[in-house]
Design a protein around this ligand. Structure first.
Ligand code: HEC
Ligand code: HEC
Length: 341
């Protein structure tokens, strides 16, 4: 005789598919294993040659928010990496001193400490390495190095802040890089409903979002690239969208077929708060992102084998979006510091 519960489980098995049924039946080992892969690391990694200090980080914070770092004194790092917009700017193309704008979208700085190399094409080896690219670029902050050093040295508040951070008041390009990078490494994802759920609060996210998490790690294959606590494995991939000369990492590795059209896999932390999406801001909403992956992108030799039609149902698409919405951190945005005079 087959018991009623036995039949009920059999029906559930047929309706929901194996993984969900196992998990629903209390065999939560697989779910626990999946969840543990996304647990936040205990510490921010600071490199041995630029260790964390309070003084360096608060100097870095002042520099980050200070428009005097740009030629016109109107643009700071925080013009494009805004704390109120999850450290991005909401634009499809970054806009610096040149009104023509830039070809790339400003990426979020959330979790940058964990995702080196940096830049959409990975051209920056580490965070220190990013500093003078935005500062000196004519399109961006348009500020020659030498002029910046003179300008900062004329501000007594900076001379004392450099003294506190480095032992003497010399203002050098390396010290600017080190202070800014130290501050940027402190920009980490805020605690999100998803984090509370994997810590054991069963009610922290909805049933839709829980199904979405399983899809993310299963049928939809998202975790093949967006894995780990920052939701990126740091790899460079062609997801089948860029065209023409927009070849991403292919520019650095012209002989690699796989890296043609490959871009850095971005973090998905705070993703619902920071449209538009992709390196060129070409995708307006999360719904559109899901549709794009569902179609599978342009079939070509460089495209990742993980990217192909997914055949997601309308409900599955909604579940994935519900899951992505649980990645929004709840801490209030960082306040700009008082700038030195
Ligand atoms: C005009 C807008 C703009 C300004 C101002 C700006 N950035 Fe950016 N930032 C960008 C864009 C666009 C990229 C992507 C560049 C690339 O991929 O080559 C970027 C990339 C970065 C990255 C790499 C992030 C990653 O995940 O790859 C870091 C770090 C960064 N910026 C820090 C800074 C700092 C520090 C400043 C100030 C000194 C600054 N930015 C000023 C637009 C801006
Ligand atoms: C083969 C690796 C890979 C897989 C699989 C993958 N992604 Fe991505 N994802 C990327 C890369 C690379 C980008 C950046 C592409 C670009 O900028 O043009 C990206 C961008 C995104 C973005 C925009 C992020 C931003 O800051 O602009 C979202 C949202 C996203 N992916 C969600 C998903 C979801 C949901 C899935 C599963 C349906 C998925 N990804 C599967 C590699 C992948």
């Amino acid at each position: 005789m087959v018991s009623r519960t036995g039949i009920a489980f059999f029906v559930a098995f047929v309706l929901l598919g194996l993984p969900l049924t196992l998990i629903a039946a209390g065999g939560g080992d697989e779910l626990a294993r999946l969840q543990s892969a996304y647990r936040r690391p205990a510490k921010i990694p600071f490199p041995a040659d630029n260790p964390y200090t309070n003084a360096k980080s608060s100097l870095g914070k002042m520099l980050f928010f200070d428009p005097r770092l740009s030629g016109s004194r109107t643009i700071s790092c925080s013009t494009c990496h805004l704390p109120t917009r999850s450290w991005s700017d909401g634009l499809s193309h970054a806009r610096g001193e040149d009104p023509a704008g830039m070809t790339l979208r400003s990426p979020t700085l959330i979790d940058v400490a964990f995702v080196e190399p940096l830049g959409w094409d990975g051209k920056f080896h580490d965070i220190e390495d990013v500093t003078f690219s935005p500062i000196s670029s004519r399109l961006n902050m348009n500020m020659p190095k030498a002029e910046l050093l003179t300008r900062l040295a004329a501000v007594p508040g900076y001379v004392s802040a450099f003294t506190e951070a480095f032992g003497d008041g010399a203002i050098t390009t390396q010290r600017i890089e080190q202070a800014l990078a130290t501050y940027e490494r402190t920009i980490v994802a805020g605690d999100a409903p998803f984090d509370r759920w994997i810590r054991g609060d069963k009610k922290a996210i909805s049933a839709e979002a829980k199904r979405g998490f399983l899809l993310f790690n299963g049928k939809a294959r998202c975790s093949g690239c967006h894995s780990g606590p920052s939701f990126t494995d740091g790899s460079f991939q062609d997801i089948g969208t860029a065209t023409g000369n927009d070849i991403g990492r292919g520019r650095l590795f012209p002989n690699s077929e796989k890296l043609r059209y490959a871009f850095k896999t971005p973090t998905l932390r705070d993703i619902a708060r920071r449209p538009p999406y992709m390196h060129d801001g070409s995708v307006a909403t999360l719904q559109d992102v899901i549709e794009l992956y569902n179609k599978g992108g342009i079939d070509r030799p460089s495209r990742s084998p993980l990217i192909k039609p997914l055949f997601l149902t309308t409900d599955e698409k909604a579940d994935l979006i519900a899951f992505l919405q649980t990645l929004t951190g709840s801490s209030p945005p960082e306040k700009p510091p008082a700038l030195p005079e």
